[in-house]
Ligand binder design. Sequence first.
Ligand code: 4NP
Length: 196
Amino acid sequence: MAPTSIPDRPGSELPVPELPVPREPGAPYRVCLVCLGNICRSPMAETVLRAAIEAAGLDGAVIVDSAGTGDWHIGGPMNSGARAALTSRGYDGSAHRARQIGVSWLPERDLFLAMDARNLADLRRMAGAQSRDRIRLFGEVGGLSDVDGGEIPDPYGGNAADFGYVLDLLGRAAPVVAGRLAQVLDPASGGRAAPA
Ligand code: 4NP
């Protein structure tokens, strides 16, 4: 599944629509990352995005969590391949427990970032007209539209290289997502982190 490297083609600078404005100005901006099982991609994305948010000085201003559209792994730990990939880069995925997203979550988050087109379609079907503009692709917001259309491939059942590739994609996109979050929270910042 994993290519040997992530293509870096012209086109990654294509304009991406602005993120939705905060539901409650002054309250933390809540971002939920969504995949199928909530044991591989979205918890890895949650880990690296949280680190990027901290690096951008947005700690406390943005709250990140994750969920799956499926119910198979509710309450279970992160997949061992996902955890091993995180560990190899200095992250700790041991505290994660899988959850399934429900309709009640929709009005409680400012932004849902789906890992692939199926997750996006499932979320949009669940939302109907509600919250639709708050549901986007993680890779699109993270500047990966030139790589597999911004979809993060499913590494479930794959090998260490597959999980490493997914983590490369997530790690490349996370600072871009954090920059866009900085911009929507403080349009005057131009997407740069506020000085400490
Ligand atoms: P994830 O990967 O959506 O990235 O967590 C998967 C995890 C479990 C299954 C499929 C994908 N599953 O079929 O159980």
